[in-house]
Design a binder for this molecule. Structure first.
Ligand SMILES: [Zn+2]
Ligand SMILES: [Zn+2]
Length: 319
């Protein structure tokens, strides 16, 4: 199911009325939505879109002086939310988890939060790794460095792409999540989000991904660049451009073999030292990657980037 978990309406500082926001997202093929007005739980109805009651609240303070913004999903009692968020960041996170909700930290980069501000948080499902509004308005949309710094410490934070839309349509429908659910209900969505059964995207889709026996494999929509991110200096990155350059290298350590080429599809094998990668290239884009010989450590996650610079991110898997 496709959905956005962070947006605003005229009930706080958004440009559109709640019903218009619901209609806009439904019109773009979303399956679920949370209206997360500042310090308020906005009510709306929809026959067609699954609405999850939610809010965005300010709580606590990070080391550089700015507050945390917490997105709380599947909460209904605003008085209780307000009481807890005024107490402390821990209090609001514990409260949300206690009532069966999901909480994550909004736009860490925009909020000047440090890794250490985040790493000791309990009952925190994750952080926003992409925020459309922060990206388009002030160029601080990506918080993947925060994410990797948490993952290297063994802290399982999931990565959420959201809109945080205020200035419709400018900062809407730019980042969302695809959730794998057992049942199409709020309970089903919340359960899957807590377990990390979703991926985030600005457009590209991840069809499947596996890691076993030292081999990482993934299939996805056509992209220009594929990154497998792991601990510290370990990882694997390939793009159409680097592939073209590797082909031109004359060295015994580098070997490029085209196994098959027909109907616009090329299956190639690239060996660089002990690393071996198999790629499917379709009309100049990569659609499949299999990697062997990379000693991934601690965790890995997939990040892909298409020809327009749009990205998608899998959640991390601890090794
Ligand atoms: Zn915010
Ligand atoms: Zn917001």
């Amino acid at each position: 199911m496709k959905g956005n978990l962070h947006c605003h309406t005229t009930n706080s500082d958004g440009l559109l009325a709640p019903q218009d926001v619901v209609d806009l997202y439904h019109g773009h093929g979303y399956d679920f939505l949370s209206l997360t007005d500042h310090e308020k739980i906005t009510e709306a109805r929809s026959e067609r879109l699954l609405l999850i009651p939610g809010t965005e609240v300010v709580a606590g303070q990070g080391a550089l002086g700015d507050s945390y913004h917490v997105v709380a999903i599947n909460v209904e009692d605003n008085d209780a939310v307000q009481k807890h968020r005024l107490e402390s960041i821990d209090s609001i996170l514990d409260y949300v988890a206690g009532v069966g909700g999901v909480a994550f930290i909004a736009h860490p980069y925009w909020s000047r939060l440090t890794t250490m501000d985040l790493s000791d948080l309990r009952n925190c499902c994750g952080i926003e790794i992409y925020n459309t509004g922060c990206d388009l308005l002030v160029a601080k949309g990506y918080s993947t460095v925060h994410w990797d710094n948490l993952l290297v410490q063994g802290k399982m934070f999931h990565g959420f792409a959201v809109d945080d839309a205020h200035w419709y349509p400018l900062d809407s429908t730019g980042g969302w999540i695809w959730v794998k659910v057992q049942e199409r209900s709020v309970a089903g969505l919340v359960d899957s989000m807590k377990k990390g059964r979703f991926y985030s995207t600005m457009g590209p889709s991840i069809e499947n991904l596996s890691h076993s026996g030292g081999r990482f494999e993934a299939k996805f929509s056509p992209v220009r660049r594929v990154d497998v991110v792991s601990q510290g200096g370990i990882g694997f990155s390939v793009s159409v451009d680097t592939y073209e350059q590797v082909k031109a290298i004359r060295s015994d350590l580098v070997k490029v073999t085209v196994n098959e080429a027909k109907d616009g599809l090329e299956e190639v094998e690239v060996e660089v030292g002990a690393r071996r990668a198999y790629l499917d290239l379709r009309d100049g884009n990569i659609t499949f990657l299999s990697v062997e010989g990379v000693p991934f450590q601690r965790y890995l996650r997939l990040e892909i980037t298409d020809a327009n610079g749009k990205k998608a991110w899998s959640n991390a898997e601890f090794l």
